[in-house]
Design a protein around this ligand. Sequence first.
Ligand code: CAA
Length: 274
Amino acid sequence: MEYILYEQKGQYAILTINREKALNALNSQVLDELNEVLDNVNLDEVRALIITGAGAKSFVAGADIGEMSTLTKAEGEAFGKKGNDVFRKIETFPIPVIAAVNGFALGGGCELSMSCDIRICSDNAVFGQPEVGLGITPGFGGTQRLARLIGAGMAKQMIYTARNIKAPEAYRIGLVNEVYAAETDADGNVVKSAGEVLMTSAEKMASTIAKNAPIAVRNCKKAINEGLDADMDEAIVIEEKLFGDCFETEDQKYGMAFFLDKNKEKVKEPFKNC
Ligand code: CAA
């Protein structure tokens, strides 16, 4: 792998887009490698995944403009499909995926973050869909996911104006769940950069998720994702099936027996994923 770093840390893993010289821009090779790494995540062990970008400046500064500059109509469509297929894989990945946005999340970068379940960022993060300024539309799901996340009106404004927004505005409009600043000591010296605070927080969130019953967490993701694409009558049936699916699992039996046991001295065992 030239452009992807992957590290499993117990029950969660960190996937880093590692093309720092080009601000982690997504060319075909990065997308292929991303696809391959996702296919090889050990889902028997890993219960949450963090996606971030290498360096302190950029999460992902978009699809690779150099590569796109000479594409024909058919090649452009195929490039869009390549990105969309990988991002849909992330969106429907069995376990939760957290985007730790450590700087620029523009075009394909913003789109990558939106294919993740949860977005958190450092206070230097910048989000935007600059595509119309380049003569194209967003092509890795931006016209669809941005409107679903922040509403059609605000999405249209961001996409038509191609205006980038900073972390506080992304937080205000609900594009990110949390913004992290650097930690300073009493004299104002930085003791932990915003990027470091972001990663510590992302890892804490991932390990909190990983401590919960894995089958239940996966079923929650499926229920939310599939329910959002259905009308309410179908959506509650989707939930019923996934709710029912948790019963008779070891983890459901243990989780409920632990609650019902009145012995306050007992210590909760880890869930077994079965
Ligand atoms: N594609 C290819 N290379 C990129 C890139 C991209 N999207 N973004 C940055 N780079 C490269 C630059 O060309 C530069 O390379 P060189 O050192 O070889 O010249 C390097 O990364 C550093 O970038 P800058 O010198 O431009 O850094 P900066 O700090 O001055 O600016 C920036 C940072 C504002 C993010 C600027 O790089 C920029 O505007 N990048 C493009 C952002 C963009 O338009 N993204 C959308 C792409 S279209 C898309 O994503 C379509 C889709 O939906 C699928």
